[in-house]
Design a protein around this ligand. Structure first.
Ligand code: AP5
Length: 186
C-alpha cells in the first residue's frame, strides 16, 4: 500500500499513520518528524528550517523533497509501500511528487483525508503542548498552521478527488474507531 495522510494540524495524521504503517507492514514517513529531527541534530538543514517550523509556515519545497523523496522511493522498492504523513502539503508539491514517483512505480494509490472540526484541533494541540514541548503548539502558531492548512493544503482534497484516490474519513471519534473507519474506507 502506498498512501498519504491529509488533514489539519492535530487531525491525527501521525497517530493513524503509525497504525496504518503497522497494519500494512510498510514504513511510516512523516515530513514533520524528519524536519524536527534535523533541527534537534542541529544540522545546517535544521538551522535553515527551524524558523519556518516555529512560525508554522511551510518550509521550501526543495528541502522537503530532498528529505522525503529518497525515503519514499526506498520504501516503495524494499518494503512494497509506505504511509506518508504531512506530505504532499500543497498542489504544487503533489504535482511534483506524482511526476517524480510514477516512473519508479512508487506513486500514491490512496489519500486519507481526516476531517476534524477546528475547535477540536485547537484543543488537541493545546492539550499536547504541555507534554511534548513542540515549539509550534502555541495558540498563536496553531492559528497560523490552521491558516496555512486552509490556504495551501485543503485544495489537495479536490486534486486527489479528481484522480479517484481520495478517501474522506471523520477523524473526531475515539482513536480505535477512526482506525476502523479508515481501514473500511480503504
Ligand atoms: P507536521 O509535523 O506535519 O505537523 P501538523 O500537520 O501541524 O500536524 P501534527 O503533527 O501537529 O498533528 P497530526 O495531524 O500528526 O496529529 P497527531 O496524530 O500528532 O508539520 C510541522 C511543520 O513542518 C509544518 O508546520 C511545516 O513547517 C513543516 N512541514 C511538514 N511537512 C511539510 C511539507 N510537506 N512541506 C512544507 N513544510 C512542511 O495528533 C495530535 C494530538 O491529538 C496528539 O496529542 C494525539 O494524541 C491526539 N489525538 C490523535 N487522534 C485523536 C483522537 N481520535 N481523539 C483525541 N485525540 C487524538
Amino acid at each position: 500500500m502506498r498512501l498519504t495522510m491529509l488533514g489539519g494540524p492535530g487531525s491525527g495524521k501521525g497517530t493513524q499513520g503509525e497504525r496504518l504503517a503497522q497494519h500494512f507492514e510498510v514504513p511510516h514517513i512523516a515530513s514533520g518528524d524528519l524536519l524536527r529531527a534535523q533541527v534537534r541534530a542541529q544540522t545546517a538543514l535544521g538551522r535553515q528550517v527551524s524558523a519556518y517550523l516555529n512560525a508554522g509556515q511551510l518550509v521550501p519545497d526543495e528541502v522537503v523533497f530532498d528529505l522525503v523523496l529518497p525515503a519514499v522511493l526506498a520504501a516503495a522498492e524494499h518494503s512494497g509501500g509506505y504511509v506518508l504523513d504531512g506530505f504532499p502539503r500543497s498542489v504544487v508539491q503533489a504535482m511534483k511528487f506524482d511526476k517524480l514517483t510514477v516512473e519508479a512505480g512508487a506513486e500514491l494509490q490512496r489519500v486519507v483525508f481526516l476531517v476534524v472540526p477546528e475547535a477540536e484541533l485547537i484543543q488537541r494541540l493545546l492539550d499536547r503542548a504541555a507534554a511534548s514541548g513542540r515549539s509550534d503548539d502555541t495558540r498563536e502558531v496553531i492559528t497560523d498552521r490552521l491558516q496555512v492548512f486552509r490556504a495551501e493544503t485543503t485544495p489537495l482534497a479536490d486534486y486527489y478527488r479528481a484522480s479517484g484516490i481520495l478517501r474522506t474519513v471523520a477523524g473526531d471519534g475515539p482513536t480505535d474507531l477512526v482506525t476502523e473507519a479508515i481501514l473500511a474506507a480503504l
